[in-house]
Design a protein around this ligand. Structure first.
Ligand SMILES: NC(=O)C1=CN([C@@H]2O[C@H](COP(=O)(O)OP(=O)(O)OC[C@H]3O[C@@H](n4cnc5c(N)ncnc54)[C@H](O)[C@@H]3O)[C@@H](O)[C@H]2O)[C@@H](O)CC1
Ligand SMILES: [K+]
Length: 480
C-alpha cells in the first residue's frame, strides 16, 4: 500500500523524531536524498548548472543544503532568494562554503539552467504561488531545465490536492518521509511529475489519510474460487440497468459483473433480449427485482432512465450491498440511503457528484477530496468518485481516502462506467467490504483499459473483455 499523510501528522512525527536527533539532522537526511535524486536526474553533476528557488521556510533550507552538496560535487549552483532576509541562514552559509552563490541575475541563471530546484514552499505553503514566484517559475518554461520540486510542487495544497492559483509544474518531486495526499490526488498530482520518496525515519500512525493500493494489495483482495465454491459462494449479482433507449448500458454492466468473477448475474429490466444475445449465461428476469431470486449484491442505475424509480426503491429496500450508479443516482433519496443497514456504494462521475451536492462540476473537479467526503457524509455511504484520479471513501469521517493509481485518460469513453459498476457489484457480492470492492474494481478497470488500449482508443466492451488479462497480471505477482 502506498500511503500518504496530512501535514499535521507529518509535523507531529517530525517533532517527535527531531527531539531524538541532533539539531538539523533531519534536514540533512532530506537534503542528502534530494541531492542524490538530482544527481541521478542530471547524470553528470560536475559542470551542471543548477538554480535553487529558495523561499522563506525550511523547504528553502532543504534546497540550499542539497545545493551545497551538489556544489561540492562540482556543479555550478546559484540561489535565487525570494525573501533574502528570511532565507534559511545556515543553509545559505553551507551553500556559500561549498562554492555556491546567490544569483546576481536570476533570469539569466534560469535561462541557462540544467536543473531548477523548487524550494519555494513545501508543507508550509498555502494558496498558490505569489506573483514574484510566478514570474520566476514562468522563466523556466521553454528552457531545457529539469524542474525538481522539493517535498511538493510549490503552490499545491498538500492535504487536499487542490491548486489555488499558479503552481510549479515539476518533472520530478522528491518528497520526504511520506507521500502527502496532494501527491496522489488531482489536480495537484498532475503537477508533481514522477514522485520519489526519501525515507527520513518518520514514525507514522497505522491509518493513513490517503492510500493507493499496489499490485500486491489487490492480489490479496481478489476473490478466488476454491474447490468448494458454488455460484452463491462466489457471489450472485443482480443488475437493474438499461432501458429501451439505453439497452447497451445493461449489456456493459452485465459484462463487468461476469468478468468481475460473479458466480452468476441476474438481470432485471427492459433490455433482457440484448443482454441474453450478448451473454447467454445471464439469468434474466422480467418481473420486479424483489422476485428475481437470491442475490448477494445489487447494481442499479446504468442507463435506467427516469422510469426506473420503482425498481430503485425496491432494491434500496433489500438488505444486501447495493451499488447505485448513473441514473440511479439522480433518483436517489439520501434519507432512505442513510437508513439502510447493509452497505451502499455510490459511483458518480464529477458531473453527477456536482448535481448531488448542488454545486458546479468545476467545483467538484477542483476539490475532489472534499467533494467525495461530503457525498459520503450526506448519504452515509461509500462513494467512488470517478475521474482523472478516482477516489473512494467510506462513510466514516476518519475513513482513509483510497486513490486509484491505474487510471488512464483512454477510459473517458461512453459505457466504461457501466462496466465499472458491474465489476464493483461482483466484488461486493463476493463479500469484499465496499471500500475494498470499489478500490479493487477501479484498479482492475484501469489496468484492463491499459491492456485494451496500449496507447490507442479503447471502447467499453473491450475494457470488460480485457478484465481477465488484468486479473491474471495481478495474480502473477503472487508467484514472485
Ligand atoms: N520540519 C522538519 O523537520 C523537516 C522539514 N523539512 C522541509 O521543511 C518544509 C516545511 O518547512 P516550513 O514549515 O518552514 O514551511 P515551508 O518552507 O513549506 O513554507 C513556509 C514559508 O513559506 C511562506 N509561504 C507560505 N505560503 C506561501 C506562498 N503561497 N508563496 C510564498 N511563500 C509562502 C511562509 O510565509 C513561510 O515562510 C517541508 O516541506 C520540507 O521541505 C525537511 O527538511 C524534513 C525535515
Ligand atoms: K517545493
Amino acid at each position: 500500500m502506498r500511503t500518504a499523510y496530512c501535514v499535521e501528522t507529518v509535523r507531529a512525527a517530525e517533532r517527535e523524531l527531531m527531539a531524538r536527533l541532533p539539531e538539523g539532522a533531519l534536514m540533512q537526511r532530506a537534503a542528502a536524498g534530494l541531492a542524490a535524486v538530482c544527481a541521478d536526474v542530471l547524470g553528470r553533476v560536475t559542470g551542471a548548472r543548477i538554480v535553487l528557488l529558495v523561499g522563506s521556510g525550511d523547504n528553502g533550507g532543504d534546497a540550499l543544503y542539497a545545493g551545497a552538496r551538489l556544489a561540492r560535487r562540482g556543479a555550478g549552483v546559484r540561489a535565487v532568494l525570494l525573501a533574502p532576509d528570511r532565507a534559511h541562514s545556515a543553509g545559505l552559509a553551507a551553500l556559500r562554503a561549498a562554492g555556491g552563490r546567490v544569483a546576481e541575475d536570476p533570469y539569466g541563471a534560469l535561462r541557462a539552467a540544467d536543473l531548477v530546484l523548487d524550494g519555494i514552499t513545501g508543507i508550509g505553503g498555502h494558496g498558490g504561488l505569489r506573483p514574484d514566484a510566478v514570474e520566476l517559475v514562468r522563466a523556466t518554461l521553454g528552457t531545457d531545465a529539469v524542474m525538481v520540486a522539493v517535498d511538493l510542487p510549490s503552490g499545491v495544497e498538500a492535504d487536499t490536492g487542490e491548486v489555488r492559483g499558479e503552481a510549479v509544474r515539476a518533472d520530478v518531486t522528491v518528497t520526504f518521509g511520506t507521500y502527502k495526499p496532494g501527491l496522489l490526488i488531482d489536480p495537484a498530482r498532475d503537477y508533481a511529475g514522477a514522485v520519489r520518496l526519501v525515507e527520513i525515519g518518520l514514525e507514522l500512525p497505522p491509518t493513513a489519510d490517503a492510500e493507493a493500493l499496489q499490485y500486491r494489495d489487490v492480489a490479496g483482495l481478489l476473490p478466488v474460487p476454491d474447490a468448494e465454491s458454488d455460484k452463491y459462494r462466489r457471489g450472485v449479482v443482480g443488475v437493474v440497468a438499461g432501458s429501451a433507449r439505453y439497452p447497451g448500458a445493461a449489456v456493459l454492466a452485465v459484462a463487468g459483473a461476469l468478468r468481475g468473477g460473479a458466480g452468476a448475474v441476474r438481470y432485471v429490466g427492459p433490455a433482457a433480449d440484448a443482454v441474453i444475445a450478448r451473454f447467454p449465461e445471464t439469468l434474466v428476469h422480467q418481473g420486479p427485482p424483489g422476485k428475481a431470486g437470491r442475490v448477494q449484491s445489487w447494481v442499479v442505475g446504468p442507463g435506467l432512465g427516469d422510469s426506473g424509480r420503482d425498481f430503485l426503491d425496491e432494491v434500496i429496500a433489500e438488505d444486501v450491498p447495493v451499488l447505485v450508479d448513473a441514473d440511479g443516482l439522480r433518483l436517489l433519496d439520501a434519507a432512505r440511503v442513510r437508513s439502510r443497514t447493509a452497505p451502499t456504494l455510490l459511483t458518480p462521475h464529477a458531473g453527477e457528484a456536482a448535481a448531488l451536492l448542488g454545486v458546479a462540476r468545476e467545483q467538484v473537479e477542483a476539490a475532489r477530496l472534499a467533494s467525495v467526503r461530503a457525498l459520503a457524509e450526506k448519504y452515509g455511504a461509500t462513494v467512488l468518485l470517478k475521474g482523472s484520479t478516482t477516489l473512494v471513501v467510506g462513510p466514516h469521517p476518519e475513513s482513509p481516502v483510497r486513490v486509484n493509481p491505474t487510471g488512464t485518460p483512454w477510459l473517458a469513453t461512453a459505457g466504461s462506467g457501466d462496466v465499472l459498476s458491474g465489476l464493483a457489484g461482483a466484488l461486493l457480492a463476493a463479500g469484499l467490504e465496499p471500500l475494498d470492492a470499489a478500490s479493487v474494481a477501479a484498479y482492475l478497470h484501469g489496468l484492463a483499459a491499459r491492456h485494451a488500449s496500449r496507447g490507442a482508443p479503447v471502447i467499453a466492451s473491450e475494457v470488460a473483455a480485457a478484465l481477465p488479462a488484468a486479473w491474471r497480471d495481478i495474480r502473477d505477482v503472487l508467484r514472485d
